[in-house]
Design a protein around this ligand. Structure first.
Ligand SMILES: NC(=O)c1ccc[n+]([C@@H]2O[C@H](COP(=O)([O-])OP(=O)(O)OC[C@H]3O[C@@H](n4cnc5c(N)ncnc54)[C@H](O)[C@@H]3O)[C@@H](O)[C@H]2O)c1
Length: 339
């Protein structure tokens, strides 16, 4: 049984990680830390465990063998490094950090302390994505020629525990690149895995189109980004990330291949459609996904001493792509991404 400490008791802790660790037979939640303790108290009363008013005190408890970092992005690196230095395994939410330098320091800490560092990019565990990757790898659809991938919803003010326009998500220092660091990072991670290739050239437009603070001024962080991506082997595609899809969420990905199209989440009825022509379409449905798969993967890698399913290196790679998109926008030029 792995003792887990929860760090940051906001929306993702409440809706995903705490229920998933609490019900996993391999783990037991030992404690919670959140600067304002009432959010931690709610979780402790529902799932058991102690509320800590001090993060260091939680790290001093030997029963806490692993921590799950669910704090705002700017704290990911320092809190993860402190945990690994204290001998704890770390599951850290995405993005790995707010700068590449910080991400590299997290990898160094993991190597130095020999602790497991996993980043919570959950999309690879979704049944439709796993099946799509299997189909691409099988060669059944030929070569991937181009793609479009999208992740957009109404905005973090409808999700986060602070349901206001003063949320940390809209502050550059806390979130870094806004919607790119929040939603784009998921799809940048996913697309390289789906197409089994590395993105190496990027052009981008990012803008604050609509989100305003309570005082009516536009927020600092971009609420929309549209990027052009080219892979090493020449696959070209687009990434759209948005916090202003007010009509509903879009997390579709389309892979246009030499023998047809693989459509993921493009229609509500079928999460995956594999179309060789208009009359030759295989429509997939999947069992309800009960958990994100993140806690299982993290705990299994600790128990078995194996590399985590989404390593720190992979999280850093996704952040490098995010930063290249931000640089392409800032400099208005094509940016080459190096390994
Ligand atoms: N994988 C996913 O699909 C997914 C989805 C949503 C959020 N996230 C990530 O999870 C993290 C948290 O996002 P959220 O939506 O839960 O935000 P949130 O605003 O709902 O919650 C953040 C919580 O962190 C607390 N906090 C603030 N400073 C802290 C500190 N120094 N130490 C510990 N806790 C602190 C806040 O009080 C709040 O309770 C972010 O990094 C975000 O990118 C991932």
């Amino acid at each position: 049984m792995i003792g887990v400490g929860i760090v940051g008791c906001g929306a993702i802790a409440r809706y995903r990680h705490v229920p998933e660790f609490a019900t996993n037979p391999l783990s037991k939640i030992i404690g919670y830390f959140n600067p304002s303790s009432e959010k931690a108290e709610i979780l402790a009363s529902n799932y058991g465990g102690k509320v800590y008013s001090d993060y260091e005190k939680m790290l001093e408890n030997p029963a806490v063998q692993a921590v799950c970092i669910c704090s705002p992005n700017k704290y990911h690196a320092s809190m993860s490094i402190a945990a690994m230095e204290a001998g704890k395994h770390v599951l850290c939410e995405k993005p790995i950090a707010v700068t590449i330098d910080e991400g590299e320091k997290m990898l160094e800490a993991a190597a130095r302390t020999k602790k497991c560092l996993m980043i919570a990019h959950d999309m690879k565990f979704e049944y439709a994505h796993k099946k799509a990757r299997e189909i691409v790898k099988s060669g059944e659809m030929g070569r991937v020629l181009s793609f479009r991938t999208t992740f957009g919803h109404r905005g973090p003010e409808h999700w986060s525990v602070n349901q206001s326009m003063n949320s940390w998500f809209f502050d550059n220092e806390s979130s870094s690149t806004g919607v790119l660091a929040d939603l784009g990072v998921h799809k940048l991670n996913l697309i390289e895995w789906l197409i089994d290739d590395r993105i190496d050239q990027i052009k981008a437009f990012s803008a604050v189109r609509d989100k305003k603070r309570e005082n009516g001024e536009l927020v600092e962080t971009p609420d929309n980004s549209v990027c052009l991506l080219k892979s090493k082997s020449g696959i070209i595609g687009t990434l759209a990330a948005s916090w202003t899809y007010y009509g509903g969420m879009d997390k579709s990905t389309l892979l246009y291949c030499s023998k047809g199209t693989i459509e993921i989440y493009n229609t509500p009825r079928y999460p995956l459609i594999v179309a060789k022509s208009e009359n030759d379409r295989v429509c997939y449905t999947f069992d309800k996904q009960e958990t994100s798969g993140i806690a299982d993967a993290f705990l299994n890698s600790i128990v078995n001493g194996t590399t985590p399913a989404i390593s720190g290196e992979e999280g850093l790679r996704a952040l490098k792509l995010v930063m290249a998109c931000a640089e392409a926008q800032a400099k208005d030029k094509t940016v080459t991404v190096y390994d």
